[in-house]
Write a protein that binds this ligand. Structure first.
Ligand SMILES: Cc1cc2nc3c(=O)[nH]c(=O)nc-3n(C[C@H](O)[C@H](O)[C@H](O)COP(=O)(O)OP(=O)(O)OC[C@H]3O[C@@H](n4cnc5c(N)ncnc54)[C@H](O)[C@@H]3O)c2cc1C
Ligand SMILES: *[C@@H]1O[C@H](CO)[C@@H](O)[C@H](O)[C@H]1NC(C)=O
Ligand SMILES: *[C@@H]1O[C@H](CO)[C@@H](O)[C@H](O)[C@H]1NC(C)=O
Ligand SMILES: *[C@@H]1O[C@H](CO)[C@@H](O)[C@H](O)[C@H]1NC(C)=O
Ligand SMILES: *[C@@H]1O[C@H](CO)[C@@H](O)[C@H](O)[C@H]1NC(C)=O
Ligand SMILES: *[C@@H]1O[C@H](CO)[C@@H](O)[C@H](O)[C@H]1NC(C)=O
Ligand SMILES: *[C@@H]1O[C@H](CO)[C@@H](O)[C@H](O)[C@H]1NC(C)=O
Ligand SMILES: *[C@@H]1O[C@H](CO)[C@@H](O)[C@H](O)[C@H]1NC(C)=O
Length: 536
């Protein structure tokens, strides 16, 4: 460059820098003024941000999402705005290990731990202003990497401090912070002798489960957890806090009943309680060679038991070395319910618990503590079909061979679980105004699997079993005329597309609702993972 060129170069770059600085400083001032801070705090943030004008300029121009410098500025701002006790730093191991699956253990730039809906609103305004990647965590039970976890540069919004449980005076409604685990919820409701439709494992979180639907033992009679929501209290992308229920924001109400993390951050769920506390159950163990008979009995019960008596349900968990069947009836009874007749013809290897009256508390002590709690890698996967005993048995034979081989190679434990979805579940949901899942009125089963393994090098091999099994469900069920496309979000693995199975009209409606409540697409663009409409 000659001297003149240098002069021109310096002249023009400084003009651009000055123009940018003026604009950016206006933007910064406007943002900081909106935070209602003390003048000392305002000055501190403003000074820090103005010292990084060039990095911020890139973000404000819309050219890119936040760089690591900008995410650090966002974390610094969050510390001042929310207080240092509400922001955990990058190296905080409690936060890194806050997801159930070790495959999700990542260290974000910082973790924001809101103490109120106002805090969540401020957190959303901060990620929005700085355009930082973020993830939202409630119970952290999703095994999908990046759904409720995020690495650097990125911010985790962990809702575990939002763990209030408030029961209405007539015990008809319970208000739950998303950071609760279902075990605490059932315990809190026990004194009132009522329960809710929530998770079947005590450790699973409230926040994620309801947004994906939520299947409980009593769902055949009362519907999904989402069907039993009276009101969602939600922080929208621009930080506005609203309620969605059958009177207000009714489109959002419908969308949140299974539409996932696409619309806002839910800071409170008001759930109708269920007037069931005393019930009846029996626990039976079978040997693996009895599985074909157990599957026959299950299909027979689905056809002639569940469809006749919606108080009866069956919880069945098959693994390579154990077969556990729980027969549950939603009221106490002096005699074995007739609906379970197909099971009474089998000879269980062991009657672990003879049929007896018990309470929800006892039920959750017995069934709710089963999933693995070790520091391990996990996954789950979803498939569905119509009721078809031959199909069940053929898929089981396919699965058991693969799962055994992979167990021999890696030590991975896998389960084979058929979840009953009777027509009455769909009726119960419709009676509460319906949901976006687009379920056909049909007696179905939702297959799932829980997979536990240790070594990251085995990820593909281990996941290959459940991937091959879901493909087998599709091909064999199609050939037999028993196919169902539905994929249940709460059991769906990272590469599956549950929203894509809700039906094209429901999907289009969900997209329109997301556009209405989040026009700048914060949850689609900046959210790190999750079953997003932008990829459905
Ligand atoms: C052992 C085990 C047992 C299970 N049992 C059942 C069962 O009985 N019934 C059933 O239906 N499912 C069950 N599930 C599946 C479970 O519902 C999902 O994994 C669910 O996502 C867990 O919720 P969470 O709050 O713990 O999840 P997280 O991992 O914290 O979140 C899951 C997803 O929801 C988003 N999210 C969480 N909270 C909010 C919020 N407040 N606002 C907006 N987005 C949010 C997250 O960003 C993430 O995308 C089980 C899972 C496991 C591992
Ligand atoms: C500065 O902001 C104004 C509006 O406030 C906008 O019209 C203009 O394009 C911005 N200039 C630059 C260089 O970004
Ligand atoms: C880590 O974060 C948790 C909140 O999840 C907090 O209670 C704890 O004090 C933090 N630990 C350290 C060492 O800062
Ligand atoms: C179980 O409950 C039923 C119905 O209330 C009752 O008749 C029966 O006696 C109870 N059984 C026992 C063992 O208490
Ligand atoms: C798994 O290992 C067991 C015991 O070594 C063996 O009997 C079985 O044939 C193996 N099965 C498969 C499918 O590899
Ligand atoms: C359950 O069965 C009872 C008795 O047949 C019936 O009245 C009720 O409507 C059913 N519930 C649902 C949700 O289908
Ligand atoms: C598999 O299950 C067995 C028996 O319960 C247990 O000892 C082992 O630790 C489990 N392995 C994994 C990887 O979870
Ligand atoms: C926030 O977003 C909602 C939904 O798009 C909109 O109705 C509301 O006016 C917005 N609020 C502000 C302050 O911009």
């Amino acid at each position: 460059m000659n001297n003149l060129a240098v002069v021109y170069y310096l002249f023009f770059t400084s003009v651009i820098a000055v123009a940018a600085a003026v604009n950016t400083s206006q933007t910064i001032t406007h943002f900081v003024n909106g935070l209602s801070l003390s003048s000392a705090d305002s000055r501190a943030i403003q000074g820090r941000l103005l010292g990084n004008v060039e990095s911020l300029e890139v973000v404000f121009s819309g050219a890119s999402i936040a760089s690591s410098i900008v995410v650090q500025l966002a974390c610094y701002t969050a510390q001042i705005v929310l207080g240092t006790s509400a922001v955990a730093s990058a190296g905080n191991q409690t936060e890194v290990e806050g997801t159930w699956s070790e495959a999700c253990w990542e260290a974000p730039t910082c973790t924001i731990l809101p103490n109120s809906d106002q805090d969540v609103s401020l957190a959303v305004k901060i990620v929005n202003f700085f355009q930082t990647k973020f993830a939202v965590r409630s119970g952290g039970h999703s095994p999908n990497p990046g759904w409720s976890s995020i690495g650097q540069p990125g911010i985790l919004i962990d809702l575990k401090q939002l763990n209030e449980i408030t029961v209405s005076s007539d015990a008809a409604v319970v208000s739950l912070g998303p950071g609760n685990r279902w075990g605490s919820v059932y315990s809190a409701l026990a004194p009132y002798e009522v329960t809710v439709i929530g998770g079947r494992i005590n450790d699973v979180g409230v926040g994620g489960l309801i947004l994906g639907g939520g299947l409980f033992h009593l769902s055949g009679e009362f519907g999904l957890a989402a069907d039993n929501v009276q009101n969602f209290h939600v922080v929208l992308a621009n930080g506005t806090i609203i309620d969605a229920n059958s009177d207000q924001n009714t489109d959002l109400f419908w969308a949140l009943k299974g539409g996932g993390p696409n619309f806002g951050i839910v800071t409170r769920y008001d759930l109708y309680t269920i007037p069931v506390y005393n019930l009846w159950f029996e626990v039976l163990y079978y040997t693996p060679d009895q599985v074909p008979d157990v599957l026959d009995a299950f299909a027979e019960w689905q056809t002639n038991g569940a469809s006749v008596d919606n108080k009866s349900t069956v919880a069945m968990v098959i693994s390579l070395d154990s077969v556990v069947v729980g027969l549950l009836y939603s009221q106490p009874t002096a005699t074995q319910p007739a609906a379970f007749a197909p099971f009474y013809d089998l000879n269980p290897a062991e009657v672990a618990l003879a049929g007896s009256n018990g309470t929800i508390t006892e039920l959750m002590e017995l069934f709710g503590e089963t999933g693995s709690t070790a520091a391990e890698r996990h996954d789950y996967r979803s498939a569905s079909s119509k009721v078809d005993a031959e199909l069940y048995k053929e898929i089981y034979a396919f699965w058991v061979e693969q799962a055994t081989s992979v167990y021999n190679q890696t030590g991975a434990n896998q389960t084979f679980v058929l979840q009953p979805i009777p027509g009455s579940l769909i009726d119960a949901g419709n009676a509460r105004g319906g949901n976006p899942l687009g379920l056909p009125y049909e007696n179905m089963q939702w297959w799932t699997t829980l997979i536990d393994w240790v070594d990251a090098a085995d990820d593909d091999l281990v996941r290959g079993v459940s991937i091959a099994t879901t493909e087998k469900w599709q091909s064999l069920a199609t050939a037999r005329g028993s196919a169902s496309d539905f994929i249940y979000m709460n059991d769906a693995s990272r590469d599956q597309n549950p929203l894509g199975t809700y039906g094209s009209s429901n999907l289009a409606q969900l997209k329109a609702i997301a556009e209405k409540y989040d026009p700048s697409k914060v949850f689609q663009r900046l959210q790190n993972g999750g079953f997003l409409l932008s990829t459905a």
